[in-house]
Each structure stands twice: as structure tokens, then as C-alpha cells.
Design a protein around this ligand. Structure first.
Ligand code: FAD
Length: 106
């Protein structure tokens, strides 16, 4: 079976980075593709209890694919739900761009 920690770090890196570079004003096609990518996770993510919990969380909090800012915020909140479940520190979602796009400002 996959290493759930390594898989998680790699997947969060992919997802947060993809959200950070998602358009401010995506076309309908870009929105549909992002929705497909996200909706596939609870069906395909190769950690079944992770996938099940994500599916439940997503049912209560549907993905926001309206643009870069909303998507990054939505994903940060989903990651924080997992952080809380695992007893990890909550991440400050105001720092998402600094972490995944721009780097530290000084
Ligand atoms: P990670 O949580 O992997 O985070 C990587 C980096 O992202 C951090 O160092 C930090 O810089 C940044 N970061 C942290 N929080 C946020 C945030 N909220 N927003 C933006 N950036 C942030 N593991 C389990 O044991 N059980 C599960 O049920 C489970 N479910 C998962 C569901 C999904 C969809 C994913 C992708 C992973 C899941 N994992 C689960 C794995 C888990 O979330 C971690 O990836 C793993 O435990 C490694 O943690 P880490 O401390 O190295 O940092």
C-alpha cells in the first residue's frame, strides 16, 4: 500500500500549487476541468479512509472553482479539516499564496 504521509505531502503540493496558478477568471471549460479533477479525488485517491472522509467533507462544503482566490481558500479549509483530524497545527489561509505561489515577501 502507498505511504499515506508521502502520498499526502505530494498530493497537497500538487493541489495547492495547481490552485495557486488557476486563473483569476477561469473559462467554463477550465472550471469544468477543475471540478472533474476535484470530484475524482474521493473516488480515486489511493487511501480509502482518506478518500471517504474527503467525500463527506466535500458533500458539506462543495468545491469553489470560481477563481484562483476562492479555490485556494476552499482547498486550504479542506486541508485544515484533515490537519485537525490528525492533530496537526491549523494553517493560516491568508498565507496560502506566500506558501504556494509567491514565497516570503522579504
Ligand atoms: P501536510 O499536511 O502534507 O502539508 C504539507 C505542507 O502544506 C505543510 O508543510 C504546509 O507548508 C502546507 N500546509 C499545511 N496545511 C495547509 C493548508 N491548510 N493550506 C495550505 N497549505 C497547508 N492522512 C491520514 O493519516 N489520514 C487521513 O485521513 C488523511 N486524509 C488525507 C486527505 C487528502 C485529500 C490528502 C491530500 C491527504 C490526506 N492525508 C491523510 C495525509 C495528510 O494530510 C498529510 O499529508 C500527511 O500526514 C503528511 O503531513 P505533513 O505534516 O508532512 O504535512
Amino acid at each position: 500500500p502507498p505511504d499515506v504521509e508521502q502520498l499526502g505531502r505530494a498530493t497537497w503540493t500538487f493541489l495547492h500549487t495547481t490552485a495557486a496558478y488557476y486563473p483569476e477568471r477561469p473559462t467554463p471549460t477550465q472550471r469544468a476541468n477543475m471540478l472533474s479533477l476535484i470530484r475524482a479525488l474521493p473516488l480515486l485517491y489511493p487511501c480509502s479512509h482518506c478518500a471517504d472522509d474527503l467525500g463527506e467533507d466535500m458533500a458539506a462544503h462543495p468545491p469553489d472553482v470560481s477563481g484562483r482566490v476562492g479555490l485556494s481558500r476552499w482547498l486550504c479549509e479542506r486541508h485544515n479539516v484533515v490537519n485537525q483530524k490528525l492533530g496537526k497545527e491549523e494553517f493560516n489561509c491568508a498565507k496560502t499564496d506566500e506558501r504556494w505561489k509567491d514565497g516570503p515577501s522579504d
